[in-house]
Design a protein around this ligand. Structure first.
Ligand SMILES: [Zn+2]
Length: 518
């Protein structure tokens, strides 16, 4: 892993001190006709519901919810002035959820926490505060981040990172768990309702998983011990993936009508957030959504093993490639050794892009499939951004190493192709060497319009994660699921996978069956 002397973490933000619920709301899109293994999946209904046309949009709302707390976590802690910090029992409306979470996690709450229900106005007051005005240093850091983002092609022209994150943040927050004050706070139209709606219960279930993580799995230490930003991202993916995994099992344990109520609600919320965030750069939204999408893959894979999900908290993943392809986690395929490249002038940031950002970067220049196959060879990367002098643009030296020789060639040619599509003002060069691959480029400036990664490429990534997780759950084998996912993603369109029909399900089942035999 590279060092993290960078002054500012551009993507994704560190896991918030205060977390808000909500992971992706996908049903497994392509449930193959595989029997549930040994009743482990009790409650997991494999029958697909009616197509959910905006299903991809769900992701946006749920991730947006977390962002706010990434931004406000620090502020919020002191505002949780609770007069009942140590309740002796759960609110009766949520006690069955606590039982569910204990059963699913195999852990027992050491103590209940307070669950506060607030109406919209109260909740907004809690979570939306005037952010204190930024200091000069913070402004400079943000400007540098924007310059680096323009250099990589994540942002265009005058993309304003703070403003765009605010757009995401204000799109909607449903609930949160405060590690600091140890309470769950939930937004609801009916704070005094005797019974809670399915979406609210699912949300609380997610938050309760964070409570049990806090009480048993030492997640705060896991976060602070993460070595470098790429491991921090993978730890976040683990923490959220676990919560999403349990929450989803809760949803699928509900009667069909309640499940439908949940998905209707999620779709509606997704539409609202979509409308509110349509101008936000995909690199920003995807960065925030990634933990919810990718984390459940690793958690589902660990659930199949004897050591179970808890092993992930004992030996957390080292990078997102281990989360995206858990075979790398279980074979202990650690990131390759890499040196930070040198740059002359004033260093403004050093960092690691990681596999997800690499994919999004390449996907501006080639098909999602091609970008994925190249990014999958990621072994490690390290960049150094610097200004030669005050008036010079930020330039970035970026080194990448692949897992081995063949992927290095694929990655090198993908980066060369990417380089050939970059705006000329970025002055990109790719060294012929493949070990490490050396790329250098500069911020083309705010006057240059850049084509950002297409929504279809983002959805390819979401869909791939979702298909792999669904196939792990439904085939009961990580190897079979990984093999079948490769086949399915090569041969099916994302649009078809998001709204599967019987014919598609048949083809997926055939892929699973063929992979089971090979
Ligand atoms: Zn969460």
């Amino acid at each position: 892993m590279s060092d993290t002397t960078g002054v500012h973490e551009p993507w994704p933000p560190p896991h918030p001190v205060i977390d808000a619920a909500y992971g992706p709301r996908f049903r497994p899109p392509v449930p193959p006709p595989v029997p549930e293994p040994g009743g482990r999946r009790a409650g997991w209904d494999l029958t697909p519901i009616e197509p959910t046309p905006r299903s991809s949009r769900w992701l946006v709302v749920f991730t947006a919810i977390c962002v706010l707390f990434a931004a406000l976590g620090g502020y919020l802690a002191y505002r949780f002035v609770s007069n009942d910090q140590n309740p002796t029992s759960w609110d009766p409306r949520v006690s069955t959820l606590a039982v569910f979470v204990e059963r699913e996690t195999g852990l027992s709450f050491t103590r209940p926490v307070r669950v506060r229900f607030l109406n919209d106005a109260e909740f907004d007051k809690l979570v939306t505060d005037e952010a204190s005005s930024l200091s000069d240093t913070e402004r400079r850091e943000i400007a540098d981040d924007e310059a680096i983002g323009r250099a990589f092609g994540w942002y265009t022209g005058t993309t304003d990172v703070v403003e765009q994150k605010n757009q995401l943040n204000s799109a909607g927050v449903l609930a949160l768990y405060s590690f600091a004050s140890r309470e769950i706070v939930v937004r609801t139209d009916e704070p005094n309702a005797a019974t809670l709606s399915a979406p609210i219960r699912a949300t609380i279930t997610h938050e309760m998983v964070h409570v049990i993580q806090d009480q048993h799995l030492d997640v705060r230490k896991l976060q602070s011990n993460a070595k470098g930003e790429e491991q921090a991202r993978s730890v976040t993916a683990l923490i959220e993936g676990h919560a999403v995994y349990v929450e989803r099992r809760y949803i699928f344990s509900l009667p069909e009508a309640e499940q439908q109520a949940f998905f209707d609600y999620a779709n509606k919320a997704g539409d609202e957030v979509d409308a509110a965030t349509k101008d936000v750069a995909p690199a920003i939204t995807t960065g925030l959504e990634a933990p919810y999408l990718t984390g459940p893959i690793l958690v589902a894979a660990a659930a199949l093993t004897k050591a179970g999900i808890e092993q992930l908290f004992v030996r957390p993943p080292l990078a997102l490639d281990q989360v995206l392809d858990p075979r790398a986690y279980f074979s202990e395929d650690a990131p390759e050794t890499i040196d930070a490249p040198t740059e002359t002038g004033k260093i403004v940031e050093k960092g690691t892009i990681g596999m997800v950002r690499l994919y999004l970067t390449l996907a501006t220049a080639m098909s999602p499939q091609e970008a994925w196959e190249a990014a999958a060879g990621w072994g490690n990367d390290s960049y150094t951004a610097a200004r030669a002098d005050e008036k010079s643009p930020v330039c970035v030296s970026w080194n990448l190493v692949a897992d081995s020789e063949a992927p290095a060639k694929t990655l090198h040619s993908a980066l060369s192709k990417w380089a050939s599509t970059r705006v000329k003002q970025s002055a990109v060069t790719v060294d012929p060497s493949t070990s490490p691959i050396k790329v250098r480029f500069c911020d083309p400036g705010t006057a240059i319009a850049q084509t950002l990664v297409a929504e279809t490429a983002v959805y390819y990534f979401y869909t791939r994660a979702n298909v792999l997780e669904a196939l792990i759950e439904n085939s009961g084998s990580l190897d079979v699921a990984a093999c079948a996912t490769d086949v399915v993603m090569r041969t099916e369109t994302v649009a078809n996978l998001q709204e599967p029909d019987d014919a598609l399900r048949g083809r997926v089942a055939a892929a699973v069956s063929a992979c089971s035999k090979s």
